[in-house]
Design a protein around this ligand. Structure first.
Ligand code: NAG
Ligand code: NAG
Ligand code: NAG
Ligand code: NAG
Ligand code: NAG
Ligand code: NAG
Length: 386
């Protein structure tokens, strides 16, 4: 007994010493002390890049880059690792993207992090993409925040406003936790998705509010081990897997979330043409409230964005083992549950459990099944077609 607690005690002391050591070495860079100007006009991107390079490449203890209260204009910037220690971007004030549309066209990022391990963005501040003047003028507009090849990262307590394009893109990342963020853009702003995840694994999106003009969250190939929990979506196009034409999305759970006034609720969307083999499997949607949602539960494997479907093409992506559990609320269209699967690769092992969706305009809702097999349990409103 004594020796066990002695060991535990020694371990704790060692742990505390290690933590203190890390904190002691992590230097705080207040950008105002490095030439930044908080007047909303001066371009602070060079200051940010310099400070990043210093703290990332020189300090083994990493660094904290602090934007205090104030409005800082920042032109598109790429911040690159690998860093010698953990990095932190603390935004207390507002970062503003340039308003000029011409200089934004063809630039794929506003603030971009690449090859960074152990990284936090937080601080309670605002990233204002100032997209309004650019919306609809081009499809090649900057994403507000990109993480490419990043691992062990956390984004929390930040507001994202009016991105010119997608607000957050997660590409080739692992172990990323996004929590307590607020993403906000008008419901009619084009291509302003909330969060897009692709080629990534071990991603959590928690306790956040997303109001946008496109998908609140879109999961794209090749992604796995994703949990989305207690996220509110609306306005927006809903939570989406896809659209995809090949590749895999597996082990995804969307739980305890809500949608209000969105175009779709939970959706899996694959292209009928062009299409290559792929799979979407081990997906759970549960404890989800829908209020006035266009297509609350939808699998659409007959999506042909380019020239419409001829009816001869069909998706090669196999969808299997998808569970819809405890989903309730109101549908804006009559067909509240729609499984429109692939003729050549029918949906397999689809499960509906405790569904209660009413047609908003009165009368019963219905469900539609094509090329799908599965089972229904518990309450089924609309009556299940499985
Ligand atoms: C920071 O380092 C990157 C290379 O990692 C370089 O391209 C960039 O110009 C540097 N920034 C400044 C302001 O020197
Ligand atoms: C999210 O941010 C927008 C824009 O700042 C604000 O209007 C809205 O109230 C915020 N929502 C929440 C839930 O904090
Ligand atoms: C997601 O949730 C499942 C089930 O609760 C859990 O086993 C898994 O570890 C979670 N994954 C991540 C990346 O948080
Ligand atoms: C989700 O909601 C269910 C039902 O209300 C509850 O039992 C469960 O603990 C919640 N889970 C999480 C992860 O919030
Ligand atoms: C299924 O998809 C096809 C092709 O887009 C479409 O014509 C049809 O109306 C859809 N069925 C349902 C029930 O939505
Ligand atoms: C569901 O209702 C729609 C709209 O009234 C109708 O077009 C469709 O045929 C119905 N589907 C089924 C499977 O009953």
């Amino acid at each position: 007994m004594v020796s066990t607690s002695a060991i535990q005690c020694a371990c704790l002391v060692l742990l505390l010493v290690t933590i203190n050591k890390v904190q002691a070495q992590s230097k705080v860079y207040n950008v105002l002390e490095h030439g930044a100007v908080a007047d909303g006009k001066f371009d602070n991107s060079k200051v940010l890049s310099e400070v990043w390079n210093q703290s990332c490449h020189q300090n083994t203890g990493g660094g904290v880059i602090l934007f205090p209260q104030g409005t800082f204009m920042v032109a598109p910037v790429v911040l690159q690792g690998h860093c010698k220690g953990p990095m932190e971007l603390q935004v207390q004030g507002t970062l503003q993207a340039p308003v000029d549309v011409q200089s934004s066209v063809g630039v794929d990022h506003w603030i971009s992090f690449r090859y960074v391990e152990h990284f936090v963005i937080h601080g309670g501040g605002l990233l204002d993409g100032r997209g309004a003047s650019a919306w609809g003028k081009s499809k090649a507009l900057p994403t507000t925040l990109r993480l490419d090849f990043v691992s062990h990262a956390s984004i929390r307590q930040i507001t994202f406003l009016n991105s010119k394009n997608t607000h957050i893109k997660i590409f080739t990342c692992s172990v990323v936790v996004i929590s307590n963020i607020n993403i906000s853009a008008p419901g009619d702003s084009p291509n302003t998705d909330g969060i897009k995840v692709s080629n990534s694994k071990y991603i959590q999106i928690l306790d956040s509010v997303i109001s946008v003009g496109d998908d609140c969250i879109a999961c794209l190939p090749n992604s796995k081990n994703i949990n989305i929990t207690r996220v509110h979506c609306g306005p927006g196009h809903g939570f989406s897997i896809g659209s995809i034409s090949r590749g895999a999305v597996t082990n995804l759970n969307i739980r305890n979330s809500s949608l209000v006034g969105t175009q779709n609720g939970v959706r899996i969307k694959t292209k009928a043409y062009p299409s290559q083999p792929g799979n979407v499997a081990y997906i759970t949607f549960e404890h989800i409230e829908m209020d006035n949602v266009g297509n609350p539960i939808i699998i659409d494997q007959n999506y042909c964005p380019d020239h419409g479907c001829s009816g001869k093409e069909s998706s090669q992506v196999q969808i299997k083992n998808v569970k819809f559990n405890n989903i309730w609320g109101t549908s804006r269209t009559k067909t509240a549950v729609n499984f429109n699967c692939s003729q050549s690769k029918p949906c397999h092992e689809i499960e509906l459990r405790d569904i209660d969706l009413n047609y908003r305009d009165g009368g019963p809702a219905n469900s539609s099944c094509s090329y799908v097999d599965g089972k229904a349990y518990g309450k089924q409103n609309p009556p299940s077609c499985l």
